[in-house]
Design a binder for this molecule. Structure first.
Ligand code: S3P
Length: 178
């Protein structure tokens, strides 16, 4: 059965919030960013919520995922830690969802993540490398993986449509995707 919801997961800076709207436009679907939903719902920024403790933010993230699990014909961008939490992951995978890990090499991630305080868990190279290593086994549980290390956002969106909906241009037929 063709999925009716696409959920983008992966580390901070992997392109979820940038690729998501492009992907939604290609499909004629809506777009929902879980962090934005939380900020709108609470009237507070993610960094302000983290100042009161990460667990409070994670509880809101579960609620955001539960709400998103009721949506169809939507692309969902999940925050970088969402898929590493079993309860949140189960909600993101539920129903007619296809989950896509936007895999990205550490150097590209570091180059893309501004250390401006907007991402409370962003830190030194060592911190980020350790967090990425810790989360990789969770990201691998996604249905599909698309590498974003060097690809432009629109190319990533095109590739996601191709792999998830098995649409291939004639010249590429017969090529392996997985
Ligand atoms: C987080 C990633 C952020 C945001 C919060 C926590 C994480 O989202 O949810 O700062 O745990 O990696 P992005 O991946 O969109 O930056």
């Amino acid at each position: 059965m063709s999925p009716e919801r696409l959920v983008l997961v992966g580390f901070m800076g992997s392109g979820k919030s940038t690729v998501g709207p492009l992907l939604a436009a290609r499909l004629g679907w809506g777009f929902r960013d879980l962090d934005t939903w939380i900020e709108e719902r609470t009237g507070r920024s993610v960094s302000a919520l983290f100042r009161d403790g990460e667990e409070g933010f994670r509880r809101l993230e579960v609620e955001a995922a539960r709400e998103a699990a009721g949506l169809t014909h939507h692309v969902i961008a999940a925050g970088g830690g969402a898929f590493a939490r079993p309860e949140t992951r189960a909600l993101l995978r539920s129903g007619p969802s296809a989950t896509v890990w936007l895999r990205c090499g550490l150097e590209s991630l570091l180059a893309r993540i501004p250390l401006d305080g907007s991402r409370p868990l962003a830190g030194s190279r060592e911190t980020m490398a350790a967090l990425l290593a810790e989360r990789e086994s969770s990201y691998r549980l996604a249905d599909w993986t698309v590498d974003t290390t060097t690809a432009a956002p629109d190319e990533v969106a095109r590739r996601i449509v191709e792999v998830v909906f098995a649409i291939r241009p004639p010249a590429a037929r017969g090529a392996t995707d997985r």
